[in-house]
Design a protein around this ligand. Structure first.
Ligand SMILES: O=C(O)CCC(=O)C(=O)O
Length: 488
């Protein structure tokens, strides 16, 4: 692989050949740039990464140049290969000689491709990259058939997206690339702080009202054999958890506050989250799956490793969760040795969303991840307004909430690309229903039964039907948003 890649760097100016890779997740190691490319790259010395993803829906190719050593905080360091990619290609802080040369995003939906030479099968990528490496002007490119994410590359040949979002909700190509590689990304200062102040008060009020209901939910999940409805006080619940729980209490969950609460609705179904979700999903049309407040009180245990799609009765990969802390958090690693302790921010097994072999070969229940070689990455400290995003298959966990810290509340909002189908648990014998964890059943019970039984709102839908229901509102594109129907 590396040899092939380095060979590509000694080709004549204006042509860059990328080798074919049969693997699902293509990573090409960096190499010194050829003399032919060097003038275009300035004094920098390395090409960075080229990736293709296994879903046959999107590919992002990024060529970047950099000088070493790099210390800017906008430099992304790849822990596997040590490559770097500048956050902004043409930002005002960028010295021109040290900026990335080109980012080209190319996508075709449901098209099987095998790369032998960049561009031979994808005119979009070819013209974009060639235009930078070999002036003169690039060939015009049609983006008509491309999903929204493909229109994000900063290049003159690419018209802006039909519905531009504000710069704070427009993700850079390197963020998209990082998300594809790691399975998570953090968008800083995405949400206005005043909105978050209102949101926090609203969530705190809901949490105190629904506390017993939420404790009963944990009893259902953690104490098989105990009837949650028989428990009439928090003391009884705690007693049940103490005596019958199969695991420690890591959090309390409060589902779908957006359905009835205006402040939660404004954020959960709002334009900021929807815009980012559409880019991360690469989807033209996005629905909200659920919101959920996670409360961790001091002394609560860790949130176990899990991936969210295990909890969702959807047969899809196009699923992303936004995690919004309602107070500043120091992060899963805390403030470093001798400083502040961990504060239950999220921790991710980077790249686990692409680890097809793990769930294919292994039963995930209680499985130790230490032999998988994942880089364990956390969000670091997060301020109010920052949002962390993880792919539906990314394994993640959170540290226990230390005694002496204030309770930690986080609102999560999960999105999926419109068109996803329900898991056909009854009609499709190849579906392994036992793999779906029903921990979140309270969240989806209403619309799932309506869809599978053709009840109210379901209009005769069935097992394996496309997941469309008024409780799964469209939030993107904005002109199709159903947010105005909420709160109910
Ligand atoms: O906040 C937590 O502790 C867990 C959150 C979580 O699992 C999620 O956002 O999917």
């Amino acid at each position: 692989m590396t040899a092939n890649f380095l060979n590509t760097l000694s080709r004549p100016p204006g042509s860059l050949r990328l080798c074919c890779c049969p693997h699902q997740n293509v990573r090409l190691q960096r190499g010194p740039t050829s003399s032919a490319l060097a003038p275009r790259l300035g004094p920098s010395r390395h090409l960075t990464t080229v990736q293709s993803w296994p879903d046959n829906q999107s590919s992002l190719y990024s060529l970047a140049s950099r000088q070493e050593p790099q210390s800017q905080d906008n430099l992304w360091q790849d822990e596997d290969f040590g490559v770097g990619l500048q956050e902004e290609y043409a930002g005002p802080r960028s010295p021109p000689s040290n900026r990335a040369v080109v980012a080209a995003a190319a996508a075709t939906r449901r098209t099987k491709r095998r790369w032998t030479q960049l561009g031979l099968e994808t005119p979009f990528a070819a013209s974009t990259v060639a235009s930078v490496l070999a002036p003169p002007a690039p060939a015009p490119v049609s983006t008509a058939a491309l999903p929204r994410s493909a229109t994000r590359a900063r290049h003159s040949a690419i018209p802006p997206p039909p519905k531009p979002v504000t710069s704070s909700t427009t993700l850079s190509d390197s963020m998209l690339l990082r998300y594809e590689r790691d399975g998570f990304v953090v968008t800083r200062r995405l949400l206005p702080v005043d909105q978050l102040t209102t949101l926090r008060s609203a969530c705190e009020a809901e949490v105190s009202q629904r506390r017993l209901e939420s404790f009963r939910h944990r009893v259902r999940v953690l104490c098989p054999g105990v009837d949650p409805a028989s428990l009439t006080s928090e003391a009884e619940v705690r007693d049940a958890l103490q005596n019958h729980a199969t695991d420690s209490l890591g959090f309390l969950q409060f589902f779908n506050l957006h359905r009835t609460n205006r402040a939660v609705c404004r954020v959960a179904l709002g334009a900021e989250l929807a815009a980012v979700a559409s880019q991360l999903l690469g989807a033209r049309r996005v629905r909200v799956y659920q919101d959920c407040v996670f409360l961790k009180e001091p002394g609560f245990a860790e949130t176990n490793w899990h991936s969210d799609l295990r909890m969702a009765p959807l047969d899809t990969n196009d699923f992303v969760t936004a995690w919004i802390p309602l107070r500043p958090v120091r992060g899963a690693r805390g403030g470093g040795p001798g400083r502040s302790p961990p504060d239950s921010g999220l921790m991710f097994a980077a790249g686990s969303h692409r680890d097809f072999a793990l769930p294919f070969w292994h039963n995930m229940e209680g499985r130790d991840l230490s032999d998988r070689g994942y880089a364990m990455k956390d969000t670091g400290p997060m301020e109010v307004g920052d949002v962390s995003w993880h792919h539906g298959w990314t394994l993640h966990c959170a540290a226990p909430q230390p005694i002496g810290t204030p309770p930690r509340l986080a609102l999560t909002v999960a999105f999926f690309a419109d068109g996803a189908r329900l898991l056909a648990r009854r009609s499709d014998p190849t579906v392994r229903p036992e793999l779906l964890h029903d921990e979140d059943a309270e969240s989806y019970a209403t619309w799932l039964s309506a869809l599978t039984q053709g009840g109210q709102g379901g209009k005769g839908a069935r097992d394996g039907a496309v997941a469309r229901h008024k409780l799964l509102p469209v939030v993107w594109p904005l002109d199709a948003s159903e947010a105005a129907n909420f709160p109910l």
